[in-house]
Ligand binder design. Structure first.
Ligand SMILES: *Cc1c(COP(=O)(O)O)cnc(C)c1O
Length: 376
């Protein structure tokens, strides 16, 4: 059995090595390193895959979120509702632009923002909601979009972890995660489901105005060459990354199937252990398993993690501290106990190895060891 890794980017690369190497060599041969042809081809191909009108590539997922807020022309002091149980980038950009993040607790089963709690977070300064499709499945978009529409709010989807997931509306329509709100954002950080060989990100919109404005904002707010209508940023996906992502996009559905197969194996082999809760699937979304995250009693987590490590099985806590209790954000005035579900999850969650290259023997070994720990 090969060494078990949390993420196996090298193993994934080896299977598409020639394709990727050729793509890289072609970019080098043209030397069009910035705004080369592969960037626009990739944008078009990803837009087609997601069935969305506008796809704007940019430097990384954090920039995508920042540019989304800039695109909507939100103003300092405006309030943005979001989740405390996510990667910091979601909240960082709200803060950097002088807006105020307002945290709404998550659901204990799906880890995603709880629509039932939106009402009490609403104020006359609320302008937008930023749901995160955490670990690979969509937040409850029907409820979120309904609430946003009723209250005149924008919705920016943080889709860094669920690119390619399908959302089914109660009206029977199906849309890809990230294309439902006014704007969607994603990341091509190497370990994301569609990972580049460096940083990368993208924005999505079905709205013509938002799409055009975002495209201009990522390129210094330029409309016509050297004429600027908005203050923008320099955030571009470089051509090498676009060329690599074009190759990998063709394999994305297969990558999802590999992740789902590993998840199904875990589900099956761990479901008999009363001490752990395996991931709960929402009925309205497919799950592309960016992470496979267990819940277990807080008092046993460290010992369990330690045990796995001794057996050569890496695991990771995503995330150990909710964002409303982070030092950098303490001036927002939140206290322990304000968002009890997120706080509880931070002490209970543990993610197992999840990637496209997990072998049957590795999965078998991992589940044997997990079962072993809880038997003793
Ligand atoms: C990875 C991630 C981001 C940020 O993406 P970068 O490309 O690393 O800037 C934002 N939000 C979530 C939920 C993420 O997982």
């Amino acid at each position: 059995m090969n060494e078990i890794k949390m993420v196996d980017l090298y193993g994934q690369y080896l299977k598409i090595k020639d394709e990727v190497n050729n793509a890289i060599q072609q970019v080098i041969d043209t030397t069009a390193f910035i705004r080369g042809k592969d960037v626009s081809f990739f944008q078009d191909e990803l837009a087609a895959y997601l069935d969305v009108k506008h796809c704007i590539a940019c430097g990384n997922g954090t920039d995508a979120l920042q540019v989304a807020i800039m695109t909507l022309e939100l103003q300092p002091g405006d309030e943005v509702i979001t989740t405390p149980f996510t990667f910091i980038a979601t909240v960082e950009v709200i803060r950097l632009l002088g807006l105020k993040p307002v945290f709404v607790d998550v659901r204990p089963d799906t880890f995603n923002i709880d629509p039932e709690l939106l009402e009490q977070a609403l104020s006359d300064r609320t302008r937008a909601i930023v749901p995160v499709h955490l670990f690979g499945q969509c937040a409850d978009m029907d409820a979120l979009m309904g609430f946003a529409q009723k209250n005149g709010l924008y919705v920016i989807e943080d889709n860094a972890q669920a690119l390619g997931a399908d959302y089914s509306s109660s009206d029977g329509s199906r849309q890809k995660a990230g294309t439902i709100g006014h704007l969607g954002c994603t990341s091509f950080f190497p370990s994301k489901n569609l990972g580049a060989f460096g940083d990368g990100g993208a924005l999505f919109s079905n709205d013509e105005n938002f799409g055009l404005r975002a495209a201009s904002l990522v390129n210094h707010g330029m409309q016509k060459r050297y004429y600027y209508d908005h203050v923008g940023v320099n955030s571009r996906l470089d051509t090498l990354q676009a060329a690599i992502l074009r190759v990998k996009l063709k394999h994305l559905d297969a990558y999802h199937r590999a992740r789902q197969k590993a998840a199904a194996w875990y589900d099956e082999s761990l479901s008999g252990i009363p001490e752990i809760e395996t991931p709960v699937r929402s009925p309205f979304t497919s799950h592309v398993f960016h992470q496979y995250t267990l819940q277990l009693d807080a008092s046993r987590r460290e010992a369990f993690k330690q045990f796995l490590q001794e057996k050569g099985i890496p695991s990771q806590v995503y995330y150990p501290r909710p964002l409303h209790l982070q030092k950098a954000y303490s001036d927002l005035g939140y206290r322990e106990g304000d968002l009890p579900v997120a706080e509880g999850l931070c002490s209970r969650v543990l993610s197992l190895p999840m990637h496209t290259e997990l072998e049957h023997s590795q999965l078998e070994y991992i589940s044997d060891q997990v079962n072993q720990f809880f038997k003793s």
